[in-house]
Each structure stands twice: as C-alpha cells, then as structure tokens.
Design a protein around this ligand. Structure first.
Ligand SMILES: *Cc1c(COP(=O)(O)O)cnc(C)c1O
Length: 433
C-alpha cells in the first residue's frame, strides 16, 4: 500500500484539506468501527447528534491516482464534478494534478473557486444553456463538447473563441448500467455534417470525445469508440480541416472491477489507431473511479419494530438521500456493516452474534424508501449505526431534501490511513501512531 502512497502529503496539505480536522484510520481490528467511534466522540458534534455522516479517506484518493497513472500513463484525468462535488475531494484531485470535467455553470464555478486555471476545465456537456455558454466565455473556459449543429450555432453566437470536441456515440454497446448513448453522441453519419457546420462557422474542432456509459460491463466498447474517434479524425482531414490533437476517452472506469481490462484495451486501441500521431493529447473524464471507494456513509438507527422473527429498522438516510441508487435501479443491494456503538460497546462489530432477517427503511414517509430487504443483521437498537462503504459516486450529488430531511448536506469527515509525518500523527485523537 505504501509504495503507491507517494503523494499523500500533497493531498493532506491542499487548501480545503489542510485546515480541516483529519482522523487517522487505524489499520488494526478497530478499523472503521474505531474511526467512527472517534468521530462521534471527538468530531466536534454535539452530544445528542445522531445525524448521518460521510468519512472521506484521502489516502484512497492518493492510491487511486497512483493506480490510474500506472495503468493509463500519459492520459490526464479530468475529474467529472457531477459525480461528487465534495470540496475536499476536488481539492485533493487538483493537488494531484487532475483537470476537471464540468457540466454546468455551477460546476465551472466550483472548479474555478479552487484556483484551477480555466485551461484545466472541459465543459463536457453537449447541450448547454446560452447563458451558461456566455458565462464560460467570460471566465475563459474555451473547450467544450458538441453533438448537434444547433449547439455549434449557439457557440458561434456566444463564445466564438471556444474550441470544439465532437462527442460521438460509441459504436459498440458497453452494456452499461447507465447508457449515456441513449441521449448523447453523434451517430457515424452525423459526424461529417457537424464538422462542416463547425468549419463554416469558423470554429476550431480540436478533438473527439465519447462516453461508453457508466458502470459498463463490456470493456471492448472502448476499442470500438477509439476506432470511431479515429474515423472522425480522418473525416476532418478529408474536409481539409486542421489536424485534430485531442482524444477524450470519457468516463466509465471502476476502481473495483475491470479497470485493468479497460486500460489494456485502451492502450492497445490507441497503439492500433493513433500510434502515428505523436501530437495527440489523450484525456479522460473519470467520475466514479475516483469518487466511489473513498467515501463511507455512517447512518444512525433511529427506530426499530419487531414482528415475530423479523426485525425492522429505520435509519436516518435513505432512497431520497444518499442511498438514491436504489430508486433508479431496484436490483441495487447495498453492503451494510452494523456498528452496535450504543447497545454493545464491548463488541460493536457484533462478531459471532446471531443474525435475523431484517428490513432497513429510510427516514421519509414514502414506502419506496426501503434500503434493504431480506437482509441478515444482528440484533440492533436505536442509537446503533449502520455503515455503508463505497458511497461516493452519485450518492450525495443526487440526494434530495424530500420530507425536510436534507441529506444533500450530510457532513463529511476527513480521514487518512497512515502518515509518516509527525505533524499529522499528532492530530490523531487516539494518540496512536
Ligand atoms: C457523467 C459523466 C462522466 C463521468 O462518468 P463516470 O462513469 O462516473 O466515470 C464523464 N463525462 C461525462 C460527459 C459525463 O456525463
């Protein structure tokens, strides 16, 4: 683990991270239980505070960045802000050298407010409001994606300095959970008309982008999309336009599966189609890859009902809040770790305890707000906690405040796994190194 953690000091000293309290995540058996206990005890929460919270492990971001660089060397990530716009995550990504993929005026504003130069931002939304295009022009964000002739007209009117990236629809279906190709991306027959429209509008087309979809299962889609991009490069040259120099391979990367497979396919497809273009800059727009695994959500059990053998629990976050995936995709099964910090402090992780078939409900009065069904959990009580790992991608960013339960502003505590610096070790409340 430590071989990859070369830049953690850079992350820990980034503005927006440095001045915040950070908890040290101990590697031993205490693990998450110990961390969550120390946040509850010393996190500056008031005594009765049972609100849910996130823990952001900064070391995980650092390790993911190292993993990215090892497998996709030379491909700069432009982190997709929509996936999770937590300030410390954005600061950490900027400190490690990422650019940013922004989809709206507000997302551009958050990236710029970190001190990120406008050249490090791609406005990667193929259909933008004119007022947002005007804003991009006013702050010098001069790179955007398009997939329609009408969008080119808008950009010509509002931001003629803007350089264009043609977003194509990947020709090979990635069988993704979230198929963005249903909505975005020029079809093969639309590429030439787009290039011609840009040419006659006097706008520079600098490259091609695609997105194979979020949570893809067929990584060969990257190969097909890179071939499709090459065809668009050739078409531009066929029209006598300037050589394109940018290929944007989008998002869809997952830290927990098929990353090496995707990287290998991308590497071989780049060699096959772009080896003769040393001037080419390749970028990507990963969201989930960097945001998903560093975040853990801790929810408080606020109520219980016993019906025979069945245990029913209510927690204070749910489908209208951070656990919203399940509202879009019923097959989602969350991992939930019990922490009996109230009912059994001697054995909070409930090792060796009997389990019961349990239902876990979210806090709103809508019956769709059911987080887990037919799930085995030990006997828990109100005041105990349920902890959900890997909750950083499209969780907080898609939460609502339905029923007055504003889970969109759940507090995030910063943690890191280990550090060689005595300064950070001194901040550890447990006094353990
Ligand atoms: C959502 C989105 C991303 C991020 O996708 P992930 O699957 O989270 O990596 C990247 N680019 C664009 C244009 C997007 O809309």
């Amino acid at each position: 683990m430590s071989e990859t953690s070369t830049d953690i000091e850079r992350v820990l000293s980034a503005p927006g991270v440095k001045e915040n309290k950070k908890f040290q995540l101990l590697p031993e058996e205490e693990g998450v239980a110990g961390l969550i206990q120390s946040i509850i005890d010393t996190g500056g929460r008031h005594k009765e505070d049972d609100d849910p919270f996130y823990v952001l492990n900064l070391t995980t971001i650092d390790e993911l960045f190292a993993k990215w660089t090892r497998s996709l060397r030379g491909i700069r990530p432009f982190y997709a802000v929509k996936c999770n716009r937590n300030r410390s995550l954005l600061e950490a990504m900027a400190s490690l050298g990422a650019g940013f993929d922004c989809g709206s005026r507000a997302e551009i504003e958050s990236a710029l407010s970190l001190g990120v130069p406008p050249e490090d931002i791609i406005y990667a939304n193929p259909c933008k409001a004119e007022s947002h295009i005007k804003y991009a022009a006013s702050v010098g964000v001069n790179l955007t994606t398009v997939d329609s002739v009408d969008e080119i007209d808008k950009i010509k009117r509002r931001h003629p300095e803007c350089r264009l990236v043609i977003r194509i629809k990947p020709p090979v279906d990635a069988n993704a959970k979230w198929d963005l190709g249903l909505k975005y991306g020029a079809l093969p027959g639309e590429v030439v008309p787009l290039l011609e429209a840009a040419k006659s509008a006097g706008l520079a087309v600098v490259g091609v982008s695609f997105h194979v979809g979020s949570e893809p299962t067929r990584m060969e889609a990257y190969r097909g999309a890179i071939a499709g991009a090459k065809a668009a490069f050739d078409a531009a040259e066929g029209l006598g336009m300037a050589k394109m120099t940018m290929l944007d391979i989008g998002g869809g990367f997952m830290a927990r599966r098929q990353f090496d497979e995707a990287a290998e396919i991308i590497g071989s497809a780049l060699t096959e189609h772009f080896a003769d273009r040393p001037e080419l800059t390749v970028i990507a727009e990963p969201g989930r890859f960097f945001a998903e695994t560093p975040f853990t959500l801790a929810t408080n059990i606020i109520g219980r009902r016993v019906r025979g053998e069945l245990r029913e629990y209510w927690i204070n976050d749910g489908l209208f809040g951070s656990l919203n995936h399940k509202a879009y995709d019923k097959s989602t099964v969350f991992t939930a770790t019990p922490l009996a910090l109230s009912s059994d402090r001697q054995n909070p992780t409930c090792e060796g305890k009997e389990t019961y078939v349990s239902t876990v409900f979210g806090p709103t009065l809508d019956s769709i707000d059911t987080v887990l069904t037919e799930h085995r959990l030990p006997e828990l009580r109100a005041g105990d906690w349920l902890v959900f790992p890997n909750m950083g991608a499209y969780c907080a960013s898609a939460a609502t405040s339905f029923n007055g339960l504003a889970s969109s502003d759940v507090c995030t505590y910063l943690a890191y796994a280990h550090s060689h610096s005595p300064v950070h070790a001194a901040e550890n409340e447990n006094g353990a190194k």
